[in-house]
Every structure is written in structure tokens, then in C-alpha cells.
Design a binder for this molecule. Structure first.
Ligand code: SAM
Ligand code: SF4
Length: 338
């Protein structure tokens, strides 16, 4: 099926608070070749493969969402490039009319293999996660990763002609907060944007106490201001980052601050888990089981459209993250997709 452009305003996805949803993040797997300490617990159990949406189901949900006015889709995970035959999803969504922006969040390790194909499928910008420039620290933070593979992935993306590369950097006190300036210099040197992310209390992690390692956006900005002048901008890439510019520098510096600067009032996003649950908010459990819809009415795109429209009534006003409390969200980030 090719997506059809929305025909009238009532077909669009608008929630009870008048927020228009035009951005879908789709997690295509919960599996990953890394084990980042803030994302997963060490002995994580992955979802049995038969419970995952098939690639065809993922494409069908994406195309139905596009027909309802979604014009931006981010493919995420787990590590999306670890899912077998994943290029099919990029290729099919990439040629669907109505989609303006097809993007990917990746840890970068598989980019040497896939960067060319991604570019050919229409991916013009990607987010690559990078929290440190020190090889040993990278291995510690990811529990097994090799930093040089991420560097090779970044080079491959640039060589393939992916125009915009943004680094996603989670900052934890006493783990990597001392690298804020170096990571920024690295981004500037290579012409990447960089977004600093406050850790979110998603799922139980056993490697650190999140209240202790919390490093706020304000502190990151303070560290940066020792070397750089940060000028606020109104630029947006349609996500939760608030962007700043350094005079004379192309790279943008973004901040994703779920704790210190709640971004719920302008939320335009919903997330699909790898099992087919449409999550209406990253920090709440409100969801719609689209796998059930798609499997109980195979081929019935009207049922899927209706479910997506109905799900808008479930979208809560905002999240209630609290670092001091026990996690109220038991999903880890690799289930949800960042
Ligand atoms: N594997 C890919 C990657 O690492 O980019 C995509 C999935 S990952 C879950 C998406 C983003 O979520 C990454 O940038 C990661 O750093 C971020 N992330 C994971 N757990 C987080 C947490 N507890 N709080 C904030 N960000 C988190
Ligand atoms: Fe894997 Fe990404 Fe989670 Fe790290 S943040 S464990 S790379 S899914």
C-alpha cells in the first residue's frame, strides 16, 4: 500500500489537549549489541521473537499513521540496525507519499554496513549515541562496546552523504560529566549537532543510583559556558531538544531535559514498541495494542486508522518523572525506543 495524504482535518491525530501528533517513533526491536548502563539492566530478558511485530506490520502501521498526517518517523530500538532485513522498513516507508522526514537513532556500530542503503532509502539525517571519547570508558558504559566501531559508523554515514548527524549524549555525574567540553569540541570539529540528555528513570538499572548520577541541563550549560557563548534559538527538529548556537559555529547544541525543563506542553509524538503497543507518552503507561488490532483484522486498514484516531483520547497531559521515587515505569528504554 502507498500512504495517502490526509483528506480532511478530522482525519488527523489530535489529542484531548489540542496537541497535533505528527511524529511517530517506531521501535523495531528491543535487542541490542550493547548494554548501556542507563538503558538496560545487566541480565535483561528480551521479548520472544514471535511477540514482535513483523516487518510488514511495522510498515503497515507506519503507512497508516502517515495517511493520518504523521510526516516524521524515527526508527529506533533497541538497536534498529540489528533487526534482520530492517532495510525493507526504510525502503517502504521512504517511498510513502506524505512522509517528509525518515530518521534513525542508532548506536552506530552497524553503520559501516548500512549507511549507503539508508541514504538511498531517503534517510538524510540520523542520531548516533555517543557518551564518551575514551575507549575504556565506552566499554564500561556499554558493558561490552568498542568505541572505534562507533567512530567507523560516523565516518561511514558522512561518506554515504547523510547530511545531518546529531550525537545523543546522556550525561551522568562521575561517569562522563567531565567530557562535556571535549564531546562538544568533537561535534564541532566534525560538523555534527549534539544533544545532551538528562537520564530518565525508565526501568530498574543496577549499576548506579539515578538520583546520585543526575546531572542537570543547567549544570551542563554552566560547564559549557566556561568556553562557549550559548545563544538560545527557536530552531526545532520536531523533537524534544531545545537548541542553542555558539556564535560562528555550524553545530547546534541541544538539551533534552525531562526533569529540569518539562517538554510535555508541546509534545507532538507517540511511540510504537517492538511488540506493537502504541505508547501515548514516554513517561506513562497509557497505550493502545495495535498488534491486536492488526492481527484480529488482517488487511483492514480502516480498523488501524480508527485505532490510531481513538488512541488520541488516551494521550495524557504529561509525564511524572521522579528520580527519588522508585521507577513507576518498568519498561527499559530499549523497549520504548528513544
Ligand atoms: N540503540 C540506539 C541508540 O543507542 O541510539 C537506539 C535506541 S536508544 C534506547 C535511544 C536513545 O535513548 C539513546 O540516545 C540513548 O542514549 C537514550 N537512552 C537510553 N536509556 C536512557 C535513559 N534511561 N534516559 C535517557 N536516555 C536514555
Ligand atoms: Fe543499546 Fe541504545 Fe540501549 Fe545503548 S542506549 S543499550 S545502544 S538500545
Amino acid at each position: 500500500m502507498n500512504g495517502t495524504t490526509p483528506t480532511n482535518a478530522t482525519d488527523r491525530l489530535v489529542d484531548r489537549f489540542g496537541r497535533k501528533v505528527n511524529y511517530l517513533r517506531m521501535s523495531v526491536t528491543d535487542r541490542c549489541d550493547l548494554r548501556c548502563v542507563y538503558c538496560m539492566s545487566e541480565e535483561i530478558k528480551f521479548i520472544p521473537r514471535e511477540q514482535l511485530l513483523t516487518l510488514e506490520e511495522i510498515i503497515s502501521i507506519g503507512q497508516t499513521a502517515i495517511s493520518l498526517g504523521v510526516n516524521k518517523i524515527r526508527i529506533t530500538g533497541g538497536e534498529p540496525l540489528n533487526r534482520r532485513d530492517i532495510m525493507m522498513v526504510f525502503e517502504e516507508l521512504g517511498k510513502t507519499e506524505g512522509l517528509d522526514d525518515l530518521t534513525l537513532t542508532t548506536n552506530g556500530t552497524q553503520l559501516p554496513r548500512y549507511a549507503e542503503q539508508l541514504r538511498k532509502a531517503g534517510v538524510k539525517r540520523i542520531n548516533v549515541s555517543l557518551d564518551t571519547l575514551k575507549p575504556e570508558r565506552f566499554t564500561a558504559l556499554t558493558r561490552n562496546g568498542k568505541l572505534e566501531r562507533v567512530f567507523a559508523g560516523l565516518d561511514a554515514a558522512r561518506d554515504a552523504g547523510i547530511e545531518k548527524i546529531k550525537l545523543n549524549t546522556v550525561i551522568l555525574e562521575n561517569r562522563n560529566h567531565d567530557e562535556i567540553l571535549e564531546l562538544t569540541e568533537f561535534a564541532i570539529k566534525h560538523g555534527y549537532d549534539i544533544s545532551f540528555i538528562e537520564e530518565m528513570p525508565l526501568g530498574v538499572v543496577n549499576s548506579h543510583d539515578r538520583a546520585e548520577t543526575y546531572y542537570s541541563t543547567d549544570r551542563i550549560m554552566q560547564d559549557l559556558s566556561s568556553e562557549h557563548e550559548l545563544l538560545p534559538t527557536t530552531e526545532s527538529t520536531g523533537g524534544p531538544s531545545r537548541y542553542y548556537r555558539i556564535p560562528g559555529i555550524d553545530s547546534r547544541i541541544g538539551f533534552i531535559s525531562p526533569h529540569s525543563h518539562n517538554f510535555c506542553d508541546t509534545c507532538n509524538r507517540v511511540r510504537l514498541t517492538a511488540e506493537g503497543n502504541l505508547l501515548l507518552c514516554l513517561g506513562q503507561e497509557h497505550s493502545m495494542d495495535l498488534r491486536h488490532v492488526i492481527r484480529s483484522s488482517p488487511g483492514d486498514s480502516e480498523a488501524l486508522r480508527k485505532a490510531l484516531i481513538d488512541s488520541m483520547h488516551l494521550k495524557p497531559e504529561g509525564h511524572e518523572f521522579d528520580l527519588e521515587a522508585k521507577p513507576i515505569i518498568f519498561r527499559h528504554m530499549n523497549h520504548t525506543g528513544g
